[in-house]
Design a protein around this ligand. Structure first.
Ligand code: ASP
Length: 347
């Protein structure tokens, strides 16, 4: 007889399990029992569904790299015991967490699906029930005895995305996430239609390894017309700063003022990495396409291609924790580690 499919549900917090605080009226995290009681349909799958709940569920705005390490350890310890994992997580930082885990979980062979909801599960119109139920179905799905989606994903409102390609773009509607530069891994309607060509399948069966060292000595510098020298200077002289995600205009452009280029160059010469990510929702950095980015190439700014800011930040944290030389690090930034970047020759 076939082994019963088993899923581990990990509840970290987020709106999905929140209730209105009777005193303040604000939403606050509640315990997991609350969720499981709200979705009795889970029992009808016939799967073995075990759950782990954070002792103190958190609003995902309080997520910290320490929580990613905790999640990575839970998945490593249970990797061989379960067919798939579903992580219930607040939507606000879900894309950061999914991106981080995609780098931290090396040789992942099982689905790790992040989901949550825009309305608490006890609300009549909640989107949470469908999100949990479909995520579990996807985490359990197999083809020829192998998991269909052995990746870290985000499932939300009818779409399954590669986690490190997503961003939360909508704080109102149920379709809170988008993946502007990579197609969905599955579209969910009456049928779950998997996009097999877009899913990454491991080419070997090495044991899962987790990378627990993350270095958050990084910053984000969002450019805007009229940005002041003092502000850029203050950011770049941050103590212990090792890397900056510089959010630029269009295809990677920025001001050509001498003071600006000089400050960037001084930082790069000190060994600080400047990674260029576009402020646009979709598309890619193309250094040198315009004169306004050509100088970035000359001074050693690194192109982040079409990575999201969420992927860029967590990839830097991960790479900075790996004891690499600056040139190795710059090299990896432009390579795909977990499908987070489209390589130029893929276009
Ligand atoms: N503030 C909540 C959180 O991210 C929002 C949500 O879950 O949708 O935890």
């Amino acid at each position: 007889m076939d082994k019963q499919t088993s899923i581990l549900l990990i509840y970290t917090g987020g709106t999905i399990g929140m209730i209105n605080d009777p005193e303040t009226g604000a939403l606050r995290a509640f315990d997991f029992e609350h969720i499981s009681a709200q979705v009795p349909a889970l029992k009808r799958f016939g799967y073995k569904i075990h759950s782990i709940s954070f002792e103190k569920p958190i609003d995902s705005s309080d997520i910290h790299p320490k929580v990613w390490i905790k999640l990575a350890k839970i998945i490593q310890e249970n990797h061989d015991k379960y067919d798939g994992f579903v992580i219930l997580h607040g939507t606000d930082t879900m894309s950061y967490s999914a991106s981080a885990l995609s780098f931290m979980l090396e040789n992942l062979h099982k689905p790790v699906i992040f989901t949550g909801s825009q309305l608490p599960i006890e609300t009549i119109r909640t989107d949470g029930k469908e999100n949990i139920i479909t995520s579990i179905e996807i985490a359990a799905a197999k083809r020829n005895g192998k998991p269909i989606v052995p990746e870290v994903c985000v499932y939300f409102e009818n779409y399954l995305y590669r986690g490190n390609r997503t961003r939360k773009y909508n704080a109102e509607y149920f379709d809170a996430f988008e993946s502007p530069n990579y197609p969905p891994l599955a579209n969910v309607g009456i049928h779950i239609k998997y996009n097999y060509d877009a899913i990454h399948y491991p080419r070997h069966d090495k044991l899962i390894k987790i990378n627990k060292k993350l270095d958050s000595n990084i910053g984000v510098l969002k450019l805007f017309p009229g940005i002041k020298k003092e502000f850029v200077q203050a950011v770049l002289s941050t103590k212990e700063l090792k890397a900056v995600v510089m959010e630029t205009f269009g295809s990677g452009n920025g001001p050509t003022d001498d003071w600006f280029i000089k400050l960037l160059k001084e930082a790069i010469d000190k060994g600080i990495i400047i990674l260029n990510i576009t402020q646009c929702n979709a598309g890619s950095v193309e250094l040198g396409r315009y004169e306004t980015s050509a100088r970035f190439t000359e001074i050693g700014v690194v192109s982040g291609g079409d990575m999201t800011t969420e992927a860029a930040i967590t990839k830097l944290m991960f790479l900075l924790g790996q004891n690499l030389t600056i040139s190795e690090l710059k090299n990896y930034l432009q390579k795909s580690i977990a499908g987070e970047i489209t390589l130029t020759n893929d276009y």
